[in-house]
Design a protein around this ligand. Structure first.
Ligand SMILES: [Zn+2]
Length: 157
């Protein structure tokens, strides 16, 4: 990390820093977390900064909120390379990696219009199983249709 990057990510006393989000995806990340900024939480976005690992990336800082393990897993759906740092009293208390969950329920939609989870979507919740972790893809438990990383990202963005 360059000195400039370090400064940008360390100025929060308590909360969560989500680093290595693909450039342009930070707003999707916030949406996936339920838009905490709408509930009075302070959120800082750093968009399109240069990264030695990724070329360009976004960083999201959420003050006073620590992401749960479930939220970190969910993050992997749109930010598979994200690293999550929990900050307490200006110090790094915990580091977590966004790892795609094995099963995703009710978040993704099947793209097969004849799938029961689409036709009966009021009563049948979608269920997807991890097909591949990188690039991320998921398979519908009902019909076997596979959602690519681009499709997942489009649905959640
Ligand atoms: Zn399906």
């Amino acid at each position: 990390m360059s000195a400039e990057e370090t400064m940008r990510v360390q100025k929060i006393s308590d909360g969560t820093v989500i680093d290595h989000i693909a450039a342009g995806k930070s707003l999707s990340v916030l949406r996936l977390l339920g838009n905490p900024q709408n509930r009075g939480v302070t959120v800082a976005l750093v968009m399109n900064v240069s990264s030695s690992k990724m070329g360009r990336k976004d960083i999201v800082k959420v003050e006073g909120v620590e992401l749960t393990d479930e939220q970190v897993q969910r993050l992997a759906l749109i930010a598979p390379r994200a690293s999550v740092v929990i900050i307490r009293s200006y110090r790094v208390a915990e580091k977590k990696k966004a790892v795609p969950p094995e099963v995703v329920t009710g978040i993704l939609s099947c793209t097969n219009t004849t799938c029961i989870s689409v036709k009966e979507k009021d009563s049948v919740q979608s269920i997807f199983s991890l097909a591949s972790p990188s690039p991320v893809s998921y398979r519908c438990r009902f019909c076997g249709r596979v959602l690519s990383e681009q499709e997942i990202s489009a649905q959640l963005g």
